[in-house]
Design a protein around this ligand. Structure first.
Ligand code: C2E
Ligand code: MG
Ligand code: MG
Length: 720
């Protein structure tokens, strides 16, 4: 018979299960029990009950699907039997915990091998049900998450491997180096990071096409892998650059032996398709911990050394040395960061007006790319376009650029601006893209724009690298209404036959001629002839780089139709340019006056030096982190108690995190050490920059320094 309590439990149970109860409690209980049995048996999860000594009391049938054993084979066995040592300990700890704290649940993951060695990934929860009369054991609920983990692994694999060679990629390299540095921080341990780059690969790719280039890369990988074996780390770092890690050699010359052997792997020619290619490689090496302990800097240093091998004539190796210099360091940083710069939204498009010289009407805008780099500030395209060409990244960059230009142009039109043209620069490498013209048209169509607004600026290298394709592509572009301008005319071969055979619409005379017009005869004669020639051939002419009224006067006198240059406007962001566009005209203004006379930047009395003072400048990112990248020669123009002004051939960002250190030779072969950070910069001539530096010294140091500088100046004046 049921007592009152049992009756209530029975009633609750039947209600909770929305059960069509028969009124016969025994029958009903059997039904409910049956229901749970079916649920447990059909579930893909595994339910297991073990005793505190780990003996399996019950396990549901799903276990067979996961580890291949039937419940009968498992019941009575020890639950730890199938676990690896580490997993065992983890599992025992969790069971101990729920035994101690019965109200808690524990959760964990583990990997289990089935009878055939296939690994399944499981997640489980453990709860203590020893006090529950119907169970009297520890309940473990297992769920198979193999699919999820395999998916994650697949995604991880794709993110860290190169598709062509199946080798780890640069993301994996960084991870590997971080792991090695972390694991071995306190040990007497070392490794060499070797960067290897195929010399002249770009030309092989250009001449023979990407498919053969790819075959070559695969063969290079096989040779390297054959030599290194399975245990050494080999990765495809970028297009034709591989990275290798060699670990734990006793002496540095042993590393050198390995590097030599790697270089020797390339002495036999490669057979690719019908071609036999003789190739060489350049190598750059950095050493952990000797050169650096920081993974990013180690990679940078290996890249710097590689670049140095290339600069010194290729087919050689270079170990890192701090003598390398700031300019190469900057190139390495830029090369490293370039690929990510689109997604990090670091590019911008600036616009410069092309003006009809007689009327000052704006005819077109030249779109010029800018890279706002977090460390180096605004980087000029001259510093990164060739890097983008080397890696093939120029294709993505070109697409990004055209998208931006279309977006901006559409917004100008929507704001009711006059329908000028926009001139976009294209690199010869972009002509190697298979669907080059179609891609351009697709992008323009996306913005519902008429292709007539676009001018494509190319240089003569387009005709030299791939003339057949260039002729076809240019015709197709012109058929769509896109005009083609030949940029920088006069700097390359300047073959006049190009003008005819390629049916160029616009010719741009390079600014080097405009700069010297009226100053040297050759430039004046060439400029004059190019203007006449363009008129005869009915090609529109743009004079580049007009900087002053004299040049403008000459060009107007010679009937030059249009031009651009700082005299009209410096390239500017689109929101500023649109204000200019709204006026329709862009008048020549002597902007450069300001530059010529030199802007007054200094607040303090400065000591003007009788002659430029040569100093060594090195760069540090922050005071506590010394960048070991050597120094560059600079010319100090003047000094005050608070700062100095110097000129250098390297472009630096203006940023107070950038510590500069100057070593200025003083009396008796000694040196004064001055530290500061740049507070302003300006371009003076081609690739030559002037900077103002504010000193970063304590007041007492400043007094000493001023005394020292004062005596130095006195000496210079006496000497003069
Ligand atoms: P470019 O096409 O000959 O562009 C003209 C360059 O001269 C621009 O330099 C412009 O700022 C500069 N300039 C214009 N007027 C004057 C002047 O009066 N005086 C002086 N000193 N310079 C003047 P920027 O913007 O640094 O670009 C340099 C080169 O980088 C460009 O030369 C072009 O060849 C390339 N470039 C720029 N943007 C792109 C791009 O989106 N794609 C490709 N492939 N190349 C680009
Ligand atoms: Mg141009
Ligand atoms: Mg140009």
């Amino acid at each position: 018979m049921l007592n009152e309590d049992m009756k209530k439990s029975y009633k609750d149970l039947v209600e909770a299960h929305d059960f069509a109860h028969t009124g016969n409690w025994e029958m009903d209980m059997i039904q409910i029990q049956k229901r749970f049995q079916v649920l447990v048996q059909q579930s893909s999860d595994v339910f297991e009950i073990i005793s505190p000594d780990f003996t399996i009391q019950y396990i549901s049938p799903a276990v067979e699907k996961i580890i291949g054993y039937t419940p009968e084979e498992r019941i009575g066995k020890n639950a730890l039997e199938f676990l690896e040592m580490e997993q065992k300990q983890e599992f025992i700890k969790m069971v101990d915990y729920v035994l101690e704290c019965p109200e808690e649940r524990m959760q964990g993951d583990l990997a289990l091998k089935d009878q055939n060695g296939k690994v399944s990934y499981l997640t489980y929860t453990i709860s203590n049900q020893l006090q529950e009369p119907s169970i009297r054991g520890i309940v473990i609920n297992w769920r198979d998450i193999t699919d999820r983990i395999e998916n994650q692994k697949q995604i991880e694999y794709i993110a860290t491997h190169d598709e062509l060679t199946k080798l780890p990629n640069r993301v994996a390299l960084k991870k590997k180096i971080c792991q090695l540095c972390e694991e071995n921080a306190d040990l007497n341990y070392n490794f060499a990071l070797i960067m290897l780059d195929i010399d002249g690969f770009r030309y092989i790719n250009d001449a023979l096409g990407y498919q053969l280039g790819d075959q070559l890369i695969i063969q290079v990988k096989s040779r390297l892998q054959g030599f290194l074996g399975e245990n050494e780390f080999l990765c495809r770092y970028t297009g034709d650059q591989f990275a290798i890690i060699i670990q734990n050699m006793n002496q540095s010359w042993e590393y050198e032996q390995v590097v030599k052997k790697i270089a020797m792997l390339f002495k036999d020619a490669y057979k690719v398709d019908l071609y036999e290619l003789d190739m060489t490689v350049s190598l750059g090496i950095s050493m952990y911990p000797h050169d650096e302990r920081d993974p990013d800097l180690l990679i940078n240093y290996a890249n710097i050394s590689l670049l140095r091998s290339k600069h010194e004539g290729k087919n050689r190796y270079k170990f890192y040395s701090s003598e390398i210099g700031i300019q190469i360091y900057k190139q390495v940083v830029l090369r490293n960061d370039l690929l990510k710069a689109i997604e990090r939204k670091q590019f911008q498009v600036y616009y410069q007006a092309q003006v009809e010289l007689e009327s000052s009407d704006i005819l077109a805008a030249e779109a010029l790319i800018r890279w706002d780099h977090p460390e180096w500030g605004m980087v000029s395209p001259n510093e990164f376009i060739s890097l983008a060409e080397e890696t093939g990244f120029i294709i993505n960059l070109g697409n990004w650029m055209l998208n931006e230009v279309c977006k901006t142009y559409k917004s100008w039109m929507e704001q009711g601006m006059a329908p000028i043209k926009v001139s976009v620069n294209y690199s010869s490498i972009q002509f190697f893209e298979k669907n080059f013209v179609d891609n351009i048209i697709t992008i323009i169509n996306q913005y519902e724009l008429n292709p007539h607004f676009l001018i494509m600026e190319i240089t003569e290298s387009v005709f030299m690298k791939n003339p057949e394709k260039a002729i076809v592509d240019i015709k197709r572009l012109q058929y769509q209404g896109i005009q083609v301008a030949l940029d920088d005319f006069g700097t390359g071969f300047s073959s006049l036959s190009y003008l005819n055979s390629f049916n160029i619409d616009i010719l741009k005379i390079d600014r080097s001629f405009i700069k010297n017009v009226m100053m040297d005869d050759a430039s004046t004669i060439i400029t004059r002839s190019v203007i006449d020639l363009a008129q005869e051939l009915r090609i529109k002419l743009v004079a580049e780089g007009i900087e002053n009224q004299e040049q403008l006067k000459y060009l107007k006198g010679a009937n030059c139709y249009s031009g651009q240059g700082y005299l009209y406007n410096k390239p500017m962001p689109s929101d500023e340019f649109v204000q200019l566009l709204a006026k329709k005209k862009c008048l020549p203004t002597q902007l450069l006056n300001e530059k010529k006379t030199g802007k007054e930047h200094r607040k303090y009395l400065r000591i003007k030096l009788p002659k430029l003072l040569e100093a060594d400048m090195s760069i540090r990112k922050r005071p506590e982190q010394n960048f070991n990248v050597g120094s560059v020669k600079v010319e100090v123009k003047n000094i005050s108690s608070e700062g100095l002004c110097f000129a250098a051939g390297v472009r630096l960002p203006v940023n107070n995190e950038l510590q500069l250190e100057f070593l200025i030779p003083t009396k008796d072969g000694k040196e004064a050490k001055i530290c500061g950070y740049p507070v302003w910069a300006q371009e003076t001539e081609n690739s030559w920059y002037e900077y103002g530096v504010e000193f970063d010294h304590s007041p007492s140091e400043k007094i000493d320094l001023t005394m020292e500088l004062y005596s130095l100046c006195k000496e210079m004046y006496n000497y003069n």
